[in-house]
Design a protein around this ligand. Structure first.
Ligand code: CA
Ligand code: CA
Ligand code: CA
Length: 209
């Protein structure tokens, strides 16, 4: 498909073995956990620029701005946050390009926020293979924009953010990042993600309006 829109082959890539092992999609070494469109992996082509020139780029699904403008995170009465692959659009989204940030807002009681943001590796998952293009970074902020916690581990493309918070209104920010442990930048760190976990129940009095 890449050849049909004018993309040439990239070469092989280093970094085999771990769950963040990387290879360019147009490369010769596709059996890595993280595969991404590339710019200059071994040829100078701007893969995403060429693809969007031919096909356009889908619109952004969640606001980039903190300070209370984000999409409401769907939290049930017990504080559970669920996102079901392939079933509905709740608590999930797409990092459409290198600069995209997706923001979700929620109210919480006092306690521990424990959220896992997972890229769409299940589309390709086997017991030994993760797959997916996105390496997730997630930040937790108060509604004044002050960062409370962040997570984006080097050894995984998912992120599990845990933080103890007082009751209040909070924002999480999801974006795609590079992994300094391997060779890729955040250029092709894009794709679908799912948010699951638990936040301290805010109770009905502080339900989000
Ligand atoms: Ca988005
Ligand atoms: Ca966005
Ligand atoms: Ca990571």
């Amino acid at each position: 498909m890449g050849h049909l829109v004018g993309l040439s082959h990239d070469g092989s890539a280093a970094g085999k073995g771990s769950q963040v092992s990387w290879a360019p999609i147009m490369g010769l070494d596709p059996e890595q956990h993280v595969t991404q469109w590339s710019k200059g992996a071994s040829n100078a082509q701007d893969d995403i620029g060429i693809l969007t020139g031919r096909m356009g780029l889908r619109g952004d699904d969640h606001d980039d701005t903190r300070y209370d403008k984000g999409t409401r995170l769907v939290v049930d009465g017990n504080g559970r946050v669920n996102s079901v692959v392939g079933q509905n659009a709740r608590n999930q989204g797409v990092i459409e390009d290198q600069d995209d940030i997706d923001v979700f807002v929620f109210n919480a009681g006092a306690g521990t926020v424990d959220l896992v943001v997972t890229p769409a590796w299940q589309a390709f998952a086997g017991a030994q293979q993760h797959g997916g293009n996105l390496d997730v970074h997630v930040g937790l902020f108060d509604t004044n924009g002050k960062q409370i916690a962040e997570q984006g581990p080097r050894n995984s493309t998912a992120a599990n953010l845990k933080a103890r918070v007082p009751g209040g209104r909070y924002v999480i920010e999801v974006k795609g990042v590079a992994n300094p442990a391997v060779s890729h930048s955040d250029y092709g760190s894009i794709g679908r993600y799912y948010i699951n976990g638990k936040v301290p129940s805010a109770g009905s009095k502080t339900a989000l309006r």
